[in-house]
Structures are given as C-alpha cells and as structure tokens.
Design a protein around this ligand. Structure first.
Ligand SMILES: Nc1ncnc2c1ncn2[C@@H]1O[C@H](COP(=O)(O)OP(=O)(O)OP(=O)(O)O)[C@@H](O)[C@H]1O
Ligand SMILES: [Mg+2]
Length: 467
C-alpha cells in the first residue's frame, strides 16, 4: 500500500509555493524599481522648478536692487510666492541682510543650502541664487520648498504599486491553486490507482479525461493494468495447476508406499503360510524317508541333503520374511524392532560403531508411525552401508511430549545435497514424514557426514494415539 504524500513534498504544494515565491520576488523588484523612478522624477521636478523660479527672481531682482526700489520688487514677488510648495522666500542685500521676505524665513540663522531635494533631511529643500548686475554681486535670493507634497505623492504611488502587486499575487495564487488542483487531482487518481494495483486489485481504471500528457499516461496505465491482470490470472492458473499436480503426485507416492507396505505384509504372510508349510512338510518327509531307509546309505544321504537344503531355504525365507515385515515390530513394538535391526546391521558392519539412544515413552505410537520410523531407519542404515564409509553412526529417538524427534548422524563421506535426487530412498523418507504431518531436514556436505533430523507431531497429523 502506498502512503499519502506529506504536504510539503506534494507536487501541488511545491508548484504553488514556487510560483508564489517567484511572483513575490519579481513583483517586489518591479515595485521597488517603479518607486525609485517615481521618487527621482518627483525630486528632479522639484529641483528644476525651484532652480528656474529662483533664477528668474534673481534676474528680475537685480535692477530693482540697483534702483533700491524694494516696494516694486515686493509687489512683483507677491505674485510668485503663491506657489504651493514654496515655504519661504527672501531677498538679501550685499551685506546678507534680508530686505524682503515671505513665509517662514528664519531671519537670524541662515538655512543650510541643499544641492538636491534628496539631500534635504529637514523636510525643506533650501536653495540660493546670487543676484548680479553687470557681473557685480548685488545680493542673493533664498527660497525653501516643502518636500511634504512630493513625499505624499511618492507615498500614494508606493501604496498603489504595492496594492496592485498584492492583488496580482492573490490572483496568481488563485489561478495556480486551480491549475495545480486540476493537475494534481488527475495525478492523484493515477497514484491511487497504482496503489490499488499494488494491493492486488486489477479492476481499477483511470479516466483519461483529455488527450494531454496526463491523459496519455492514464491511457497507458489502463492498458498496462489490463495486461498485468491477464498475465497474473494466467500465472495464478498455472500455479494452481502445478500445486494440484504436486498434490496428486504426493498422493500417488503416499498411496504407492501404502500399497508397497501392504504387499510386503501380504508377501511375508504368503511366504510364511505357503512356503513355510511346504518346507516344514519337505523336512518332515525327508526325515521320515531317512528313518525308514534302513541301511540304504544312498537314501539316507539324499534325505539328509534334502533336510539341509530345506533348512537353509527356510532360513533364507525367514530372513526375507523379516525384512518384508518384521513380526517383532507388531509383537514387541518399535524400540525392540529397531534394536533388532540395528544389532543385525552391526553384525554385518563390525568396523562401524553404531549407537542407538532412545528417550521418553515410545510405546504410544500408532502402526503407521511405527512402520514409517522403522523403514526410515532401515533406509538410512542401508544408505550408510552403501555410500558413507562411516566409522561411527548415532541414532537418537526421543518423545518430547508434543513431538517426536529422530536424529540419524554418520561421520562418513557425506554428499552434495543438490546432486542427490537420483534415488527414491530419501524421497520416500520425506513422503513418509510429510504424510504424518512432520518435517525432515538433511544437513550434509561432501566429506562432512550426513545428519538427518526428523520431527513428527505426537498428537496431530499422524496416527499417534495415546494408548
Ligand atoms: N549416509 C550417506 N552418506 C553418503 N551419501 C549418502 C548417504 N545417504 C544418501 N546418500 C547419497 O544420496 C543419494 C540419494 O540417496 P537415496 O537413498 O535417495 O537413493 P539411493 O540410495 O541411491 O537409491 P535407492 O534408495 O532408491 O535404492 C545416494 O545416491 C547417495 O549419493
Ligand atoms: Mg537409498
């Protein structure tokens, strides 16, 4: 299952944040640039207006100063001082004494002259112009212009620019959110559908909606899901067929093992009942012939020979009967049967030490478990004598209460378990164990002996009933 994408990592969030950030940066630069232009336009205009006004006054005032006609000069200046940004105006004579002044002219302290309105830090742009007549200085004109009107205009422009930028940012956010939602909604449907496919639901289909890149991706996704779905169904069918075949195969092995066991039992009985009776009869007849032969040596020799042969045949038949179905297993139980088998094996392999250890109550095992365990030990001992060249063998059988453990270990040549599938012995052992609901592990490598571990449940999956 896919987890929801964290908000900060979502495409939608990243798209909106990036567009808005770019928008804010660009608009800030634009607003800052506009305000700078507006500011310099206003200050330049004030400087130019003030300069030309003061120059014109200085030019006009010269002649009146020469004639010392201050009254006419004052009348002339009265028309000029109505200019709305002018705070004060003064005409000084050569001794720097104010002969005419208007507005808030600070008569005693002369204001510091500013070369540009941008340098005026007291809110007043103070300028001065010399009054000259024929190159001779006659005095000077001083004027102060208020910056407040200009600053108001700049402030208004700034507010207007900032408002326009804010509106633009809001509109951009709205448009980006709408586009982002539309885009990510469709991508979200794709991602949701992919998660459903991941969880095994192949019935999903994503609407293509339009023929753009996302639409084409959705169409390709739908085709892919259909293909994956049909292949998965085919695989599932094949898998279930294989499982069925495997089950049938195992069933076949179980049945054949059971039939084999039944046949062995039947054969052992037939050998005992038919051949055993006949041999006993032959022996009895041979004995009778020998007894009634009188002094006929030839008949006596033949009768004795028949008795010897029939006795040997009887031993062979007896041993065959034992291997086919050890009566000791039915009569005295698993432990005695195993002891008997192991003793017989030891007598045939006197150079190999073989130890049999058993623990716990093993008398409660059912017939199927008994015969299976017996056959498994028999097969292991046969394999050891055929392949292992071992000097030591250990067989352990233990009832642990809820399970039965059988360990068979030899210190022989071992084998490469990957290459061991040629015989039926190990396969038969495995099948016997699995039919009883148990498990079998083989630990071996070439030159390292073989360790076979078998576990059988005591109370389920087998025929082990507590007697
Ligand atoms: N104790 C052992 N030591 C060394 N090799 C072994 C041992 N047990 C089995 N093997 C190897 O594993 C192979 C498979 O054994 P398995 O009993 O299945 O078949 P088999 O004995 O060859 O034939 P079958 O048992 O059908 O007569 C053997 O051929 C042998 O190479
Ligand atoms: Mg074998």
């Amino acid at each position: 299952m896919s987890h929801p994408v964290p908000l900060l990592q979502s495409l939608r969030c990243r798209l909106i944040v990036s567009v808005v950030a770019i928008e804010i940066i660009m608009l800030s630069i634009l607003v800052w640039n506009n305000i700078s232009i507006i500011q310099s336009t206003h200050t330049d205009r004030l400087r130019d207006t003030a300069n030309s006004m003061v120059q014109q006054i200085a030019n006009t005032a010269g002649n009146y100063m020469v004639a010392v006609d201050y009254a006419t000069l004052e009348d002339y200046l009265k028309n000029v001082v109505n200019y709305k940004e002018l705070l004060y105006l003064a005409v000084l004579d050569r001794d720097d004494k104010a002969v005419i002044s208007f507005g808030d002219f600070p008569d005693r302290a002369r204001p510091a002259i500013d070369s540009h309105p941008a340098q005026a830090d007291d809110g007043v742009f103070d300028i001065a112009e010399d009054i000259k007549v024929a190159g001779q200085p006659m005095g000077k004109v001083l004027a102060g212009f208020s910056l407040s009107l200009m600053e108001d205009a700049i402030k208004k422009s700034r507010v207007r620019g900032t408002s326009i930028a804010a509106i633009e940012i809001i509109l951009t956010v709205i448009v980006t959110v709408i586009i982002g939602l539309g885009l990510t909604r469709r991508l979200g449907m794709l991602s949701h559908a992919a998660a459903q496919v991941e969880s095994g639901d192949y019935s999903v289909s994503v609407p293509t909606e339009s023929n753009d890149e996302v639409g084409k991706t959705a169409a390709a996704f739908n085709r892919m899901v259909t293909e994956v779905s049909s292949r998965t169904k085919q695989l599932e069918k094949e898998e279930s067929r294989s499982r069925e075949l495997l089950r049938e195969n195992r069933q076949l092995i179980h049945t054949s093992l059971e039939i084999q066991e039944e046949e062995r039992k039947h054969l052992a009985r037939e050998l005992h009942d038919e051949l055993g009776q006949c041999l006993t009869a032959i022996q009895a007849d041979a004995e009778l012939i020998r007894d009634v032969s009188g002094d006929n040596k030839a008949i006596q020799t033949s009768a004795s020979a028949i008795m010897d042969v029939s006795s040997r045949v009887y031993d062979v038949v007896h041993s065959m009967m034992h291997r086919l179905r050890p009566s000791i297993l039915d009569n005295l139980g698993l432990i005695e049967a195993l002891k008997d088998e192991i003793e017989a094996w030891k007598s045939r392999h006197q150079n190999t030490r073989c130890e049999f250890i058993y623990r716990g109550d093993l008398s409660s095992l059912g017939e199927r478990s008994n015969i299976s365990l017996y056959r498994i030990v028999q097969e292991c001992l046969t394999n050891i004598s055929k392949y292992a060249e071992a000097s030591s063998v250990l067989i352990e059988l233990e009832n642990k209460g809820d399970e039965l453990l059988l360990n068979i270990k030899d210190n022989g040549r071992g084998f490469d378990s990957a290459l061991s599938a040629k015989g039926l012995g190990l396969i038969g052992m495995r099948e016997r164990v699995s039919s009883l609901g148990g498990s079998m592990d083989i630990k071996t490598s070439e030159g390292d002996g073989v360790y076979i571990r078998i576990r059988l449940p005591m109370n389920n999956g087998s025929d082990n009933e507590q007697r």
